[in-house]
Write a protein that binds this ligand. Sequence first.
Ligand SMILES: Nc1ncnc2c1ncn2[C@@H]1O[C@H](COP(=O)(O)OP(=O)(O)O)[C@@H](O)[C@H]1O
Ligand SMILES: O=P(O)(O)OC[C@H]1O[C@](O)(COP(=O)(O)O)[C@@H](O)[C@@H]1O
Length: 304
Amino acid sequence: MIYTVTLNPSIDYIVEVEDIQLGGLNRMKRDMKFPGGKGINVSRILHQLGADNTAIGFLGGFTGRFIEDRLKEEDMTTDFVGIQQDTRINIKLKHGDETEINGQGPEISDEEAKQLLDKLSVLLTPEDIVVLSGSAPPSLGTDFYSRCIGICRAKGAQFVMDTTGQALLNALPSKPLLIKPNHHELAELFDVVIESREHLIMYGQKLMEQGAQHVLISMAGEGALLLTGDKVYHASVPKGKVRNSVGAGDSMVGGFVGSLALTGDLLEAFSTGVACGSATAFADDLASREQIQRLLPQVSIQEL
Ligand SMILES: Nc1ncnc2c1ncn2[C@@H]1O[C@H](COP(=O)(O)OP(=O)(O)O)[C@@H](O)[C@H]1O
Ligand SMILES: O=P(O)(O)OC[C@H]1O[C@](O)(COP(=O)(O)O)[C@@H](O)[C@@H]1O
């Protein structure tokens, strides 16, 4: 079983305006609401690929109910801890460019936090993969991911880590199956400016030396790199019109993990990840199975 853990889910409120006037009255051209948060997005893509998974994490209030209802409508399996406060709403403003305003997240009590850790302890087995994705609400403290990873290790489950900064660096010695920084996040991790593909690879290799089993470096429309063992692969991305790239990175993680679980083939997983990312970027909501299948033949992989 694959479990996705979303400590900080969100309703993604996509707002489209013709032109933004700061300090003035703006009228929306179009708006959409989607269940969001990194692990939830991964789960929705896994579901499209037919990979068995359960979405867990924290949900609360009317916003939490919206997310739970939408996931149930899609026939997804969920096992969230209910919390007192409202799940956040993240604003994704489209004004020619994409501007994101993400919330800090709700207050989570010690008792609610403990319920999630207990759930992981009860559920996990050595056959499982746990996808730990996204930010943690500040009230959980800085070591909550480390505690989740501790449980994965104690239960013999593999884990994937898709977060940024110190939480990601702290996870590396525990040998995550996969990490997926984008090229900007990779530069921020090392506090450097990265100007070439060679540099991206060099910094990706540093993350492997620190413990990551596989490193996926996504570069939006510029393709992606996969570092595995002593090999490096580049994938081209399909061409298309970007409609909403929110969730493209999560879709890539979902595609990679789902395909790896279903086929055991790393390069197949890499192409599926790229196809899922691009299919989501070219859609309003996350990609559907059909949209992913259509793009898959357009992804070509080359060993560098
Ligand atoms: N403009 C684009 N054109 C084609 N594919 C894209 C585009 N933007 C994102 N993708 C796809 O989604 C993947 C992840 O996107 P990226 O923006 O790098 O991740 P993140 O959302 O984590 O920042 C890319 O590797 C690519 O497959
Ligand atoms: O937990 P964070 O870092 O605030 O990110 C959450 C946001 O990122 C998303 O998961 C999308 O992430 P990606 O575009 O990187 O795939 C949104 O659904 C959500 O609003």
